[in-house]
Design a protein around this ligand. Structure first.
Ligand code: PLP
Length: 389
């Protein structure tokens, strides 16, 4: 028996804050001592319906009584219903289920390579984030997550994001696919520009380059529509989702057009847990809620209120340089350490995120009320006062 009690049994992959939530409801969490925190992180854009949404909870409780897991060697009705709901509500026609965003992107990368066997390269973008597996970190445009992991996987080239002129190089490269986020989340909350997307879509269409949109963070209503690409007015060939799909229950999905999906055949890809009965139940209940309640519209309304408030706050705090984002994926560029503001916010019992060293990121649930926004405004101002006083 080991005696050293000073060493955490957890590997140190996170610098954890001294907050230990044990209960959640809506946009609040409570710690073991009963302290209430206003949660504007949604578990990093995952609990889009708030914590423990009743509709999802009820369905999960029913499913818990019946069947938790069975292999993808058999038909799983609820998984097929979820796939149908996703395809009926998008331009995509077939779905592969997995457990996370990185796995959804891995699946997309594999599908692209099979679809275009003669073109292996995939273009991604500087500052992008696609996950922590070897392929997805090789695809990502952030050196900080790649350090120490060489040799990275070959076959990924990062172009500058929102750089119209650079797109001409796509024709020379003739890659299998382009993979991008429509709002770079981890990379600092940078939305794609419409003109750049229009040009990108045109080139991809002309040269049969697959367009893979990573909607792991932007999907499931986060940016004001079910998927962010709807707002840009184009139909991607492949879309990846995770985070908000299961309301906190782990599930990811890679969705593709029929012609592209055909490249996957029995044996080419798989996942033990992907879309199992519990995960698919959470996903189906979530999409039903997003479809049949006003959550997405509410999120968009509250986004306007929040942005108006933040732009006013910018007048009082010149340290806030820019406010940007879409829907309830909001970034606040500061001229100093965003981490210091996050720590000050915790003292105010407010949970917020960073997106890089100087950007504060807000990802509240789509279901927030005006009162929640008002409370946020008070707590956030106090946090800024602590740091900038
Ligand atoms: N893609 C994007 C755009 C993300 O924001 C993330 C996670 O933050 C991922 C992929 C990876 O998702 P996961 O952590 O579920 O593997």
């Amino acid at each position: 028996m080991k005696t050293n009690t000073m060493i955490s049994p957890l590997m140190q992959t996170y610098n954890r804050f001294h907050v230990n939530p044990v209960k959640g409801k809506g946009c609040y969490v409570w710690d073991a001592d009963g302290h209430q925190y206003l949660d504007f992180t949604s578990g990093i854009g995952t609990c889009n319906l708030g914590h423990v949404p009743d509709a999802v909870k009820t369905k999960l409780m029913q499913q818990l009584e019946n069947l938790w897991h069975c292999s993808n060697l058999y038909h799983i009705n609820v998984q097929e219903q979820l796939a149908a709901a996703l395809t009926e509500n998008s331009c995509l026609e077939q779905v592969f289920f997995c457990n996370s965003g990185a796995e959804a992107n891995e699946a997309a990368i594999k599908l692209a390579r099979l679809y275009h066997p003669e073109r292996s390269n995939i273009i991604t973008f500087q500052q992008s984030f696609h996950g922590r597996t070897m392929a997805t970190l090789s695809a990502s445009g952030q050196e900080k997550i790649q350090i120490g992991f060489a040799p990275l996987l070959s076959g990924f080239t990062q172009f500058p994001y929102n750089d119209l002129d650079h797109l001409t190089k796509l024709k020379e490269e003739l890659p299998a696919a382009v993979m991008l986020e429509l709002v770079q989340g981890e990379g600092g909350v940078h939305p794609a520009e419409q003109q750049w997307i229009d040009e990108l879509v045109q080139i991809c269409t002309d040269d049969d380059i697959l367009l893979i949109v990573d909607e792991v963070q932007t999907g499931m209503g986060r940016t004001g529509t079910l998927f962010a690409h709807e707002q840009y007015g184009f139909d991607p060939d492949v879309v990846t989702i995770a985070k908000g799909l299961g309301s906190g229950f782990p599930i990811g999905a890679m969705m593709a057009k029929k012609e592209v999906s055909k490249a996957f055949q029995p044996g080419t890809h798989g996942s033990t847990f992907g879309g199992n009965p519990l995960a698919a139940t959470a996903g189906l209940a979530t999409i039903n809620e997003l479809q049949h309640t006003s959550a997405i519209v509410n999120g968009e309304e509250k986004s306007h209120i929040l942005l108006t408030y933040l732009n006013q706050l910018k007048q009082d705090f010149p340290q806030l340089k820019a406010i940007r984002g879409r829907g309830l994926l909001i970034g606040i560029e500061t001229d100093s350490s965003a981490g210091d503001i996050v720590k000050a916010a915790i003292k105010e019992k407010l949970l917020i995120l960073t997106a890089g060293p100087t950007v504060i990121r807000l990802l509240p649930p789509l279901t927030i009320t005006e009162d929640d926004v008002t409370l946020f405004a008070k707590k956030f101002r106090n946090a800024l006062q602590q740091v900038y006083a």
